[in-house]
Design a protein. Sequence first.
Length: 265
Amino acid sequence: MQISRSVLSGTKIAAVLAAGALALTACGGSSTPAATNESGIALINAGKLTVCSDVPYEPFEFQKDGKIVGFDMDIAAEIAKDVKAELNVVDSSFEAIETGTALTGCDVSISSISITDVRKNVMDFSTPYLDDDLTLVATSASGITNLDGAKGKKVGVQQATTGAQYAKDKGIDAQQFEDTGLLVQALKAGTIEAAVGNQSVLGYAIKDDSNLKRVEDYATGEKLGIAIKKGNTAMTDAVNATLKRITDDGTLKKFETTWFGEATK
């Protein structure tokens, strides 16, 4: 989501938050599952579903009132409930997530991750849970109306994302940011004139700002999935079972409406 992630500026350090059902914890586990819980699923930390996520990435995962909330976090809570485990969220860099290295210390990664063939080489994916194409957003003062018009302008992307790769492929020399929060801050502050990223996250970020507009969308066919360590079929089956349940009973659609509004697909 796939949505700086520029040159990796360093590993994010997990901060411990007392967040009720959602606790942000340091990773602390080994790469070998320690125990099998009552649901029969092997977990890295006994009794806990350890989830890697890159925070903040509104509206998928971000801090609010001392809790980690968002669309992805609602899904993570449903998976934890189904595997009968406590949910623990580890704040990880997206670079670690998209290369699969985060899964040495987490059971799954849930962080608006686009499913790509390159990523499939190093991790397994759940069934897709959201379609999310790319968009170009720009300041009204920039005069940018399409991607060609953005060339030579100050354009930002989030490091290691499909948006960053798309901009590069289209000849855009973009400034890279470690996370989307910093990218959006730069856009609103006027230090960049435009940004390329996923429609969901950028659309959400600019929806109440009259100085920013969505100027062009790109049908890239992107789909988001939950990343799981390669070969961990038991976890993949469990995650897919939850996704099927919340799709069939309407829970997933309710989450989409909560975080993206009625018009989202």
